[in-house]
Design a binder for this molecule. Structure first.
Ligand code: NAD
Ligand code: UDP
Length: 313
């Protein structure tokens, strides 16, 4: 029998790439999304396929489905999106994860939570291993997301301890690639779209803060290995190559239009100064490491946005 997968947030950036991988492997996929930051276009190519179903639903409401695996990705990931309705973001993380764990328990499904490097907050330990407990402001503008993911992790482990629910917890570091929204607000899509439109690139702060960028294909491979393996996690999945935001801007500009200006805007509150994953656990337990360099990943992401802007989408 083919495996029945529920992907919450399946019409979003990461979710739609996961849909592709599972559909290509011949599995059954139920894509559940409320289209808050996802788009039907991302999964349109599967509509009508016998193994695919699309459900418009909000994970803050319970749902009953017969499934074997839950890939729980539903939650806006861009600061612009998750801060536009922070109470909803906190509800999505808490109630959404609670509802999906309830479903997993009821039908005996395994649940993978898409957690985040944001559980480390503005880290005092660098790079960040899974054992680091983080430095999160409980009352700032990022807290709805950071604390939401922290309680989501807590719920997973309490369901495991109380009910024996099978869980997998993945801490995702900044990931980029085709199907990010042009107005998503995250740095890679912002810089590429600005450069393609001949605008200056907007550095928040002086651009000395760092991030480590993982290409989407690598990320999805890590996600699948974690779900299929025996290890609960939490496990960091990300690319350890660390860059300042200014370096990223320079790389994007150099590939698209070298003469463009870099302008500065105020650094948002609680913006983490540095971020880099330790991926020893993923290497050892999942035999996983990223393969796509920032250079290659930017090439295909730029090609995607170039085509999308040309087509006016
Ligand atoms: P995204 O915003 O593109 O996708 C999120 C999807 O969830 C969207 O399709 C959205 O419509 C849907 N959604 C949001 N709230 C919902 C709700 N209440 N009910 C049903 N659907 C809902 O973001 P993404 O980058 O694809 O992120 C996917 C997951 O991975 C998120 O949980 C995010 O926190 C996590 N993550 C992503 C990154 C990254 O760099 N991309 C980093 C860390 C963690
Ligand atoms: N950033 C920036 N210019 C932009 C968008 C973001 O300098 O146009 C910075 C942002 O302040 C942060 C980094 O880039 O330091 C990554 O931002 P993003 O929103 O992509 O992810 P997160 O902060 O959640 O890691």
């Amino acid at each position: 029998m083919t495996r029945r997968n529920l992907i919450t947030g399946g019409a979003g950036f990461l979710g739609s790439h996961l849909v592709d991988r599972l559909m290509e492997a011949g599995e059954e996929v139920i894509c559940l999304d409320n289209f808050y930051s996802g788009r039907k276009d991302n999964i349109r190519h599967w509509l009508g396929h016998a193994n695919f179903e699309l459900i418009r639903h909000d994970v803050t409401e319970p749902i009953r489905l017969e499934i074997d695996r839950i890939w729980h990705l539903a939650c806006p990931a861009s600061p612009v999106h998750y801060q536009s309705n922070p109470i909803k973001t906190a509800k999505t993380s808490f109630l959404g994860t609670y509802n999906m764990l309830g479903l997993a328990r009821r039908v005996g499904a395994r649940l993978l939570l898409a957690s985040t490097s944001e559980v480390y907050g503005d880290p005092e330990v660098h790079p960040q291993p899974e054992s680091y407990r983080g430095c999160v402001n409980t009352i700032g503008i990022r807290s709805c997301y950071d604390e939401g993911k922290r309680i989501a992790e807590t719920l997973c482990f309490d369901y495991q301890r109380m009910h024996g629910t099978e869980i997998r917890v993945m801490r995702i570091f900044n990931t980029y690639g085709p199907r990010m929204l042009p107005d998503d607000g995250r740095v890679v899509s912002n810089f590429i779209v600005q450069a393609l439109q001949g605008q200056s690139l907007t550095l928040y702060g002086d651009g000395s803060q760092t991030r480590s960028f993982c290409y989407v294909d690598d990320l999805i491979e890590g996600m699948i290995r974690l779900m299929n393996g025996d290890h609960t996690g939490p496990i960091n999945i990300g690319n350890p190559g660390e860059f300042t935001i200014r370096q990223l801007a320079e790389r994007v500009r150099e590939r698209i239009q070298p003469g463009l200006e870099l302008t500065t805007q105020p650094l948002p509150q609680d913006d983490p100064l540095q971020r880099q994953p330790v991926i020893d656990l993923a290497r050892e337990l999942l035999d996983w490491e990223p393969k796509v360099s920032l250079h290659e990943g930017l090439e295909s992401t730029i090609a995607y946005f170039r085509e999308r802007l040309r087509a006016g989408r």
